[in-house]
Design a protein around this ligand. Structure first.
Ligand code: ZN
Length: 268
């Protein structure tokens, strides 16, 4: 019996200008590549609101099921307008919103001061505890302070969330998992120089691993030159992880989709 693959791209930006103009084609190509679920991730109040109206009207039935997040990215937190956070909180009642974020901490870019980033990150956890929704966490060049922040939040109770496009160490991944978090791998895990990250992907418990594109960014090998990245290409990241773990692709599809349905409870 042939096994029906079913993938979930847990993180992409369908609301990005690079994908917007060809969205119907992007969605059809995703479905043709067995990507049945997509989480369209917001980066500020505007994308949180607008994404819900993003899908082309009258699109045919052969597209993935698209879900959404609402939240403010650390690199955009300084651009917040009065009322933005309140409008995000109001969106959380919409059943199509399955997560908060993306949010987190970023010391690579310095558009936004670190104090503002931290305060912004912290209120997403408050909203997560109130709503039960998971937090999609962006972490760049700040492993130490990220882990300290997560430990502080964990002292308030088990965390619900996803370390998105994870690039840290095995030790960091395990510590995140111990606090309740899931680890999501993007195309970065497929890049030739990242043997260490493939090693991390090979050693984590299977029930905490997710896959994502982060499209339109981070096209995976062997299609790294393709621009923009899109959900249909998530299978390349998946096959890197499957290969690293010595797993069959269909088993990885089953497991990662099961994980997505568990952490994004509103997907079920
Ligand atoms: Zn992203």
């Amino acid at each position: 019996m042939s096994h029906q693959l079913s993938w979930t791209d847990t993180h992409c930006h369908l609301n990005d200008d690079a994908l917007g103009p060809m969205l119907a084609d992007v969605l059809h190509r995703a479905k043709a590549s067995h990507v049945d679920r997509i989480v369209c991730v917001a980066v500020d109040a505007e994308t949180s609101r607008n994404s819900l109206n993003l899908l082309p009207p009258k699109i045919s039935g052969t597209t993935p099921h698209v879900f959404f997040s609402a939240g403010i990215h650390p690199n955009y937190a300084h651009q917040e307008m009065p009322g933005d956070w309140e409008s995000i909180l109001q969106l959380l009642d919409d059943e199509r919103i399955v997560a908060l974020g993306e949010t987190g901490l970023d010391q690579y870019w310095d558009d936004c001061t670190f104090d503002i980033q931290k305060a912004n990150f912290a209120r997403h956890f408050v909203a997560s505890r109130d709503s039960g929704l998971p937090v999609i966490i962006h972490s760049r060049d700040c492993d130490e302070v990220m882990m300290q922040t997560l430990q502080d939040e964990y002292s308030e109770g088990e965390l619900r969330g996803i370390m998105h496009s994870f690039t840290g160490s095995l030790e960091m991944a395990k510590a995140c998992i111990d606090m309740g978090l899931y680890i999501s791998f993007s195309g970065i895990v497929s890049y030739k120089k990242n043997g260490m990250l493939r090693e991390v992907a090979s050693k984590l418990p299977m029930d905490r691993i997710l896959i994502e594109t982060d499209a339109p960014y981070l096209s995976p090998e062997p299609v790294r030159a393709t621009r923009p990245n899109e959900p249909a290409l998530v299978v390349h990241t998946a096959s890197t992880v499957a290969h690293a773990r010595g797993m069959r692709l269909e088993d990885l599809a089953d497991a990662t989709t099961e994980n997505a349905l568990r952490i994004f409870q509103r997907m079920r």
